[in-house]
Design a protein around this ligand. Structure first.
Ligand code: FE2
Ligand code: FE2
Length: 308
């Protein structure tokens, strides 16, 4: 930690509640990890992460009073949802109390709660670090987002904004329009890219080229954050399974979609290839019947290759 960060941290440790301070450190170090992963400025990421909730030392009412006194303009939805106010207030305090002049850092603090369409890398890093830092209690989909974020930060932003919108709506709570804008922007970008359909098409063809049997595509977008499509197929022996696996990996790699994770292989009985947006499962015949993924994922939508 630099001397500047140490000073800020010391001050925050005195004014924030213990849990909030620990969360703050979690966001700082998670932001640093993401900055390393994506080649962002580590010092800026740590500073923004450390200060993102600095406005939370005040109660919600006091935050609003403070903003009024300092003429910090608040939107209607911020007045209706005081939990949002600390973001804008935090950026003000970062500038005036903690003497941070860098507008990248101040923007990352301003948008850490709601996000915004087309965020900068630093904004995305702090937004998602706030969502996934290690002290966050388990919520559905968190484990997957924690994993996805290190390979596809836009997808992680889309998933976390989507789950925030769902969580608030299901709880009968109001959703800030900016959060909805963030979600819609990243959702649309993903659909526009049509990336997962192209990947599924390439995987299907690669399996088909190696005479894979009964190749199924299951659309799991509506039921899981794991991926958009599962592609399931089987070979009749180990060497065919291995040939199918190699061809899928090679064809997707050529198209610019590198493999993110592989599980299984030696025996060739079940190989899982995780490409982020799609997951390919290649079995031998016996194990395909035994594991029966189609039954486990029956709530997904069986999709014909012609529809992709
Ligand atoms: Fe916050
Ligand atoms: Fe936070």
């Amino acid at each position: 930690m630099t001397e500047e960060l140490r000073k800020i941290s010391k001050k925050l440790s005195k004014i924030l509640k213990k849990d909030r301070y620990e969360h703050t450190l979690g966001v700082m170090y998670t932001s640093a990890s993401l900055a390393m992963c994506y080649g962002a400025d580590i010092r800026k990421a740590m500073t923004a992460g450390l200060l993102h909730d600095c406005g939370k030392y005040l109660s919600a009412d006091d935050q609003i009073s403070f903003c009024k006194k300092k003429k910090i303009p608040l939107t209607e939805s911020e007045l209706e949802m005081p939990a949002l106010v600390h973001a804008k207030l935090g950026a003000y305090l970062a500038k005036h109390e903690y003497k941070i002049e860098d507008s990248d850092i101040l923007d990352a603090i301003t948008y850490h709660t709601t996000g915004r369409p087309d965020m900068t890398l630093l904004e995305k890093i702090v937004y998602i670090a706030d969502y996934i830092e290690p002290n966050r209690k388990e919520i559905p989909g968190l484990a997957q987002i924690r994993k996805i974020v290190f390979t596809d930060i836009d997808r992680a932003v889309c998933l976390s904004a989507g789950s925030t919108v769902r969580y608030l709506k299901n709880g009968g709570k109001a959703v800030d329009p900016m959060t909805i804008n963030t979600y819609n922007f990243y959702k649309k970008r993903r659909i526009d890219m049509n990336q997962s359909k192209e990947m599924a098409r390439i995987a299907w063809n690669a399996l088909n080229d190696k005479k894979g049997e009964d190749i199924k595509i299951i659309d799991i977008t509506g039921i899981s954050v794991l991926a958009d499509y599962f592609i399931i197929a089987n070979g009749t022996n180990d060497s065919q399974v291995n040939a199918m696996v190699d061809n899928v990996e090679e064809e997707l790699h050529k198209a610019g979609y590198p493999l993110k994770q592989r599980e299984g292989r030696a025996s060739g009985s079940w190989v899982l290839l995780d490409f982020g947006d799609i997951i390919v499962h290649v079995f031998d015949k016996e194990n395909r019947l035994f594991y029966d993924l189609e039954r486990i994922w029956k709530d997904g939508k069986i999709t014909d290759i012609a529809d992709l």
